[in-house]
Design a protein around this ligand. Structure first.
Ligand code: AMP
Ligand code: ZN
Length: 468
């Protein structure tokens, strides 16, 4: 596969460092409320990425963390009068249920920040010892960004005309800060009253880790100092990922991530999602409006991950229609192929002959272009029913459905398709021609039906007319 890399700004070939397993880390959800469909654009895109790698024949190691201690989780757990654990466990459970509904594969490892406090403390100790971090008067510890001349390469500080010289004595102790502010960021936050019971002991006194640190510490634990890829939404490039690079390279050496994969934010009704505008959607809201999780997933992969995707309720209607068409075409192809047993994800790994779906597969493997891939699937389906090897075509189709994580809807119980009388007449004439062995005439009538958007399937002693 080839994929755009945020650091080099080039589309690069992906090769696992150890030549066997592609090891990648995705920044996971902050579990202080339900993940919204914007978050899920990122997680679903990452899921398609992993599916495509594995179906292409590569093993993967997918690590995605849970942010269960930070400014927001503590603030909201306190407000709810709950322990941090009970509060974040509840939202973690909801997150997992949504991931499952959206057909996302579970990461191989899902570490939580709270469970890795000692790892984070150890990393801070290393940074202090190497003079990349310092403790302040109140017992907080900050990363000294001027100690790392490479700081800001991912987000290109130089192009933003910011330089490290501007930072002396500027510190930020909040987990999130603006793109244009450059500051020594907090690694350890001294205990404050508003944190309630949420503090841990450290060599600098009681407190809790800063948000940026957890990913660096957990990556070191599960993937080491060099690993294949780091992924997240575009908002994480700065400061989160630039901070991760600084912490990790300064504490343990190594090159950290060899590839950076960022997805563009989802827009809703042409703008940012916000509660006050009423366009803030979580999966449940859409399900309550009668849409399925599959329709939501299909919509989220409808545009290339580096392009803007504008989510509207209309786009969900379009997804419903597209999935319905896919299901009918899949059913027709399966029947032509003699209804072979369904192939699972595992069975399709490394499939060589993709039939007409080769082009769709290539689209996916060229910078994970889901939009091109979906277009090519429909293009292939227009021809697949007339190919001599329906079994090959069916496998190609199933490979693409599995790669995109598309689950086809169940057929409606009674699918009565209204056949226009003109179509009925043509189909009857064609059958009569066929019975009379007038092959040329019967082919011509089949073509005429096709041009009008209908296909004919012959069985023993009869025929069926289906929409294309
Ligand atoms: P959070 O729970 O805020 O830490 O975010 C989890 C993931 O969702 C991160 O990779 C974010 O970059 C990503 N994300 C947040 N908002 C959006 C959005 N509107 N569109 C796409 N991804 C997003
Ligand atoms: Zn992270």
């Amino acid at each position: 596969m080839r994929l755009f890399d945020t650091l080099s700004r080039e589309i690069r070939d992906l090769q696992p460092i150890d030549k066997q397993t592609y090891r990648f880390y995705c920044c996971g959800p902050t579990v202080y409320g339900p993940a919204h469909i914007g978050n899920f654009r990122t997680f679903v895109v990452q899921d398609v990425f992993r599916r495509a790698l594995e179906l292409g024949g590569l093993a993967t190691k997918h690590v995605r963390n849970l942010t269960d201690v930070d400014d927001k989780t503590i603030r909201d757990a306190q407000a709810a009068g709950m322990t941090l654990k009970a509060f974040t466990d509840g939202w973690t459970e909801k997150f997992h249920a949504d991931c499952e509904a959206l057909n996302c594969l579970k990461p191989h490892i899902e570490p939580s920040a709270v469970e890795h406090i000692p790892h984070q403390i150890k990393m801070i100790e290393d940074l202090v010892e190497k003079d990349h971090a310092y403790a302040s008067e109140d017992g907080s510890v900050y990363f000294k960004i001027s100690s790392f001349p490479e700081y800001g390469q991912l987000s290109r500080l130089d192009e933003r005309e910011l330089n490290l010289g501007q930072t002396s004595a500027t510190r930020s102790d909040s987990d999130e800060y603006e793109k244009e502010s450059l500051a020594d960021f907090v690694l350890w936050k001294a205990r404050r009253e508003e944190d309630g019971e949420n503090y841990w002991s450290s060599p600098w006194g009681e407190g809790r880790p800063g948000w940026h640190l957890e990913c660096s510490a957990m990556i070191l634990e599960y993937l080491g100092a060099d690993f294949d890829m780091h992924a997240g939404g575009e908002d994480l490039v700065f400061p989160h990922h630039d901070n991760e690079i600084a912490q990790s390279k300064c504490s343990c050496g190594g090159d950290f991530a060899h590839h950076w994969f960022h997805s563009t934010h989802l827009l809703v009704d042409g703008g940012k999602m916000s509660k006050s505008k009423g366009n803030f959607y979580v999966l449940k809201d859409l399900e309550e409006k009668g849409f399925t999780a599959s329709e939501v997933r299909f919509t989220l992969i409808g545009a290339h991950y580096r392009k803007q995707l504008n989510f509207t309720l209309d786009s969900l209607h379009a997804a419903r229609e597209a999935l319905g068409k896919l299901r009918k075409a899949e059913q027709a192809l399966a029947e032509l192929a003699g209804n072979p047993p369904a192939l699972r994800f595992e069975d399709l790994k490394g499939l060589k002959n993709k039939g007409l779906f080769e082009n769709a597969w290539e689209g996916l493997n060229e910078d994970l272009n889901t939009q091109r891939a979906i277009g090519a699937v429909f293009g292939a389906l227009r021809k697949a029913l007339n190919e001599p090897d329906p079994e090959t075509q069916l496998k190609g189709l199933h490979l693409m459905l599995q790669a995109l994580g598309i689950e086809l809807p169940e057929p409606p119980e009674e699918e009565a398709v209204e056949l226009p009388s003109e179509i009925l007449t043509l189909a009857a004439e064609r059958w009569a021609a066929r019975e009379a062995k007038e092959w040329e005439k019967s082919d011509e009538l089949r073509d005429q039906l096709k041009q009008k958007g209908w296909i004919v399937k012959d069985g023993q002693g009869g025929y069926e007319v289906l929409p294309e």
